[in-house]
Design a protein around this ligand. Sequence first.
Ligand SMILES: Nc1ncnc2c1ncn2[C@@H]1O[C@H](COP(=O)(O)OP(=O)(O)OP(=O)(O)O)[C@@H](O)[C@H]1O
Ligand SMILES: [Mg+2]
Length: 327
Amino acid sequence: MFNNKTFFEKNTMLIWAEKYRPQTFDEMAGQKHILPRLKGLTQSKAMPHLLFAGPAGVGKTTSALIIAKMLYGKQWKNNFLELNASDERGIDVVRVKVKDFARTRPLGNHDFKIIMLDEADSLTRDAQQALRRTMEKYSRTCRFILSCNYSSKILDPIQSRCAIFRFKPLEKEELIQDLKRISQSEKIIISEDALNAIHEITGGDGRRSVNLLQTSSTIDKTVDLNAVYEAANYAQPKQLTNVLLLCRDGDFLKARNELMKIMLEQGLPAVDILKQLSQRVFDIKLEENKKMELLKLIGETEFRLIEGSDEFIQLQALLASITLMMK
Ligand SMILES: Nc1ncnc2c1ncn2[C@@H]1O[C@H](COP(=O)(O)OP(=O)(O)OP(=O)(O)O)[C@@H](O)[C@H]1O
Ligand SMILES: [Mg+2]
């Protein structure tokens, strides 16, 4: 499945995630806990620096763009600069770009320009210190919007200079409503279980969800559950539940064959399988402490895989351990 952010952002003509990017706060799905405050700050003359924290694809960049459009109208592009802290080669490049941008006055009758710095948590401590000084130096003419996954990785002195907004993964109902709006506009017919599956697969990541809706509907405008699983390269949950059931019932060889089949047919990497397996633990009837054991075994296998051990051997060993544990 396509979920490469840069690929999509560069090919904006084709991409629904761009086509349907909300243009106003009212159009945004979810984030109702922060939008009123965000709107208020934008409308006030005294917008502070902002820190947006939260997972990928839930509206951080979208919100920054909305703020810029609310403040500057048609001229927003002249007064808004987006930089990526991890793309650019280090804080020096950021500093030079900020300096160039901040040197000229905001276009129109505005007090400040906006600089959005994506992935600010990828900066080292030293780089963040430098960023802090830069923020201070240009605070008369610029407001910074920093975006990060984890606010805990941002230095306290930076946090204390910002109003912090915590973005959340989109709730199932919020996401589904948004996907329905897009489906309608693209003349797609999509089933409820397919919509639910999109939410489960993406975990409330808006960008991945819209991308998945788009890839699921490239072949057929009628989208069912299978189309979603196929586009997402996701094993059917019931197939994996079945593997666990076979282990529970002591049929190791059959469980092993089933799992190999899923891996080979779908070409799924073992870590993806493990992630899905851990979700399926809760589908099967089993004592609480056995479920805990199971999750522990899956976690240990995942750790070994990330360290670089052989996928087939590790998965086989996992099934063997599960089957033995269930006895
Ligand atoms: N709250 C939302 N409501 C509606 N659509 C959303 C929302 N959040 C994300 N999307 C969809 O995902 C796309 C990407 O969102 P956005 O660029 O705001 O993500 P982000 O939070 O900045 O993620 P990243 O951390 O990866 O930069 C949007 O163009 C839109 O299609
Ligand atoms: Mg972003």
